[in-house]
Design a protein around this ligand. Sequence first.
Ligand SMILES: C[S@@+](CC[C@H](N)C(=O)[O-])C[C@H]1O[C@@H](n2cnc3c(N)ncnc32)[C@H](O)[C@@H]1O
Length: 253
Amino acid sequence: MVYQGSEFYEDPKIFAEYWKRRVRKESANAVLEGPVFTELVGDVRGLRVLDLGCGDASCGVELLARGAASYVGVDGSAKMVEKARELLRESGLYQEEAPAGRIEVVHQDIRNLEFAPGQFDLVVSRLALHYLEDLAAVLHRVRELLAPGGRLVFSVEHPAILSCSASLEESARRGSWIVDDYFLSGPRQQPWLGGEVVKYHRTIEEYFALVQAAGFTVESLRESKPVRERFDSEGEYLRRARIPLFLFLAGRK
Ligand SMILES: C[S@@+](CC[C@H](N)C(=O)[O-])C[C@H]1O[C@@H](n2cnc3c(N)ncnc32)[C@H](O)[C@@H]1O
């Protein structure tokens, strides 16, 4: 079975495997993706935040702790939505009776965002937009949802790693990567977490152009260059220095 987008995370075995890897101390999310994302979002005090493909909403917990005024997480997986509400509840942030719009997790598809124009100051998305075929439409919609001067910050799987399907065997320690068909954008079926999923490959240049074409001024483009101090061992640091895993873009309306 080959999954698309959120349905991948609805498979119980894949969901369990995802969380096993996600919570590892030196997970790629913790040591590579998180620090750059935090740097790019900057000061969030007073901001109304929308998170596309929010997963367990740990991003929301962090942004609210840093002073965000409100947080709405959107995810297409019912399992993730349940986990997100659980985490927000445990953190004392989520209350069923709370006035709508302050802290919410909505079971919704990113391709169908049902919010009022200008409702948010910051739209974030972490490792979800590479599941979308029509990113242009989503970025245009995101721009509508942002207030003037509002920002978009997102991370995706890096195009280098997404274009080496041929060498993606499910082995934890790969010997080498073969980047191939780099300039052929489009769906790539990949073995991951014991299942098969479709992700959409785009070149770095295409990501940049899509953000601009949606009407954003691109403020930053980053990769997930490892920082030695964040790793316990030299070996793990050098392993992560071999190939980029994540790409980030930040733009302003
Ligand atoms: C790799 S997880 C990342 C979760 C979270 N942002 C994080 O960084 O921990 C990707 C998430 O995107 C969600 N997703 C993928 N495609 C989606 C879509 N079309 N609509 C809504 N959610 C989607 C998945 O359900 C999943 O929770």
